[in-house]
Design a protein around this ligand. Structure first.
Ligand code: ZN
Length: 335
């Protein structure tokens, strides 16, 4: 908890919204829906044509920040493509990058659990902003909390971090990013507002496109099994049932017991689910074994990291399109 407290001290200039969003082990009140009353942090005086130095943790967060900040910011993505955000720890170069930043965006809600200690020890005064500050997180359910053990339940008292699987949440990220950039670089607030508005329209179109694609899948087939419990927001937003996960926790930093795997095996067989979905950021060993035992497919998805520029998920919008397409194709394939 020491690192969390240190981080919270650094967040105080940004006001209670972020504190509520990030505070582990504190009963969360619903985040306030407005940001206008937040005190303004002391902005570094930018020379004309000087850009804000912005760091984002995951490639997904970075893409949404880039959509709003555009050419007005110098953006560095901390995690390499394919890195597991739950497990990633800071390198010495990362610490230098973070210390030179004017503003740091994180997913928050405990996603970057292995990175948080480093964020708590920075020398810089850069605000650390959770893009989820305006999102109401889903609580972990009791079953997952028990399955994952007391330590995991403790670390994730803030809720499920996989918010980006509901496009409506990323629309909220866009507003939070716009406000944070505008507070530190008020001279370009109008540009950030315009970009945020355009990207919000793009996201609304994406949401409609996802719903239309899922409409082609019979409701009885909308059942998900994944590597860890990352599809709770997706299931709620788009009408799927989560049958289970190989790691029955919202973090990848856990191991399932043999008994848990046996139970999941039976649940998959009973539900008749034809595929296990595995993110590109995890080792698929257990999933492949289970799928082989059941005679079903393992389908790879871009879930927690974008792909390279020439891959199927070089942006958040492409990630969602690719994920939904692969899910609908895999679940619709069995007669
Ligand atoms: Zn995850």
């Amino acid at each position: 908890m020491t690192s969390t407290r240190a981080l919270l001290r650094r967040l105080l200039p940004l006001g209670m919204i972020l504190v509520l969003a990030l505070a582990a082990c504190t009963p969360s009140a619903p985040p306030s829906s407005q940001t206008a009353t937040q005190p303004t942090p002391a902005a570094r005086d930018l020379a004309e044509d000087e850009k804000l130095r912005v760091v984002a943790t995951t490639s997904i967060v970075a893409d949404v920040v880039a959509q709003v900040g555009g050419d007005r910011i110098d953006l560095v993505t901390l995690l390499p493509l394919g890195a597991d955000p739950h497990a990633y720890t800071a390198t010495p170069q990362d610490l230098r990058t973070l210390n030179q930043a004017d503003l740091i965006f994180i997913n928050g809600l405990g996603l970057e659990e292995a990175l948080m200690p480093a964020l708590g020890t920075l020398d810089s005064a850069a605000p650390v902003v959770s893009v989820n500050a305006a999102v109401t997180p889903l609580a972990m359910d009791g079953e997952h909390a028990q399955d994952a053990g007391a330590q995991d339940a403790h670390e994730h008292a803030e809720g499920d971090p996989h918010t980006w699987f509901d496009v409506a949440n990323v629309i909220l990220w866009t507003g939070t990013i716009r406000d944070a950039l505008s507070r530190l670089d008020a001279a370009h607030a109008a540009e950030y507002a315009t970009a945020a508005e355009q990207y919000t329209a793009t996201l609304a179109e994406l949401d409609a496109e996802i719903r239309a694609r899922i409409d082609t899948l019979p409701p009885a087939r909308r059942k998900l099994v994944s590597d860890h419990a990352e599809f709770n927001y997706f299931a709620r937003a788009y009408g799927f049932e989560v049958i289970g996960a190989v790691i029955p926790a919202i973090s990848t930093m856990a191991e399932p017991s043999a008994q848990q795997l046996a139970v999941l095996h039976d649940q998959i067989a009973a539900a008749g689910v034809p595929a296990i979905f595995v993110g590109t950021t995890v080792n698929p060993r257990l999933e492949e074994q289970l799928a082989q035992d059941l005679g079903i497919e393992v389908v790879t998805l871009y879930t927690a990291s974008l792909s390279a520029a020439d891959g199927p998920a070089p942006s958040y919008v492409d990630l969602m399109r690719s994920t939904v397409d692969r899910i609908v194709t895999a679940l619709g394939s069995r007669e």
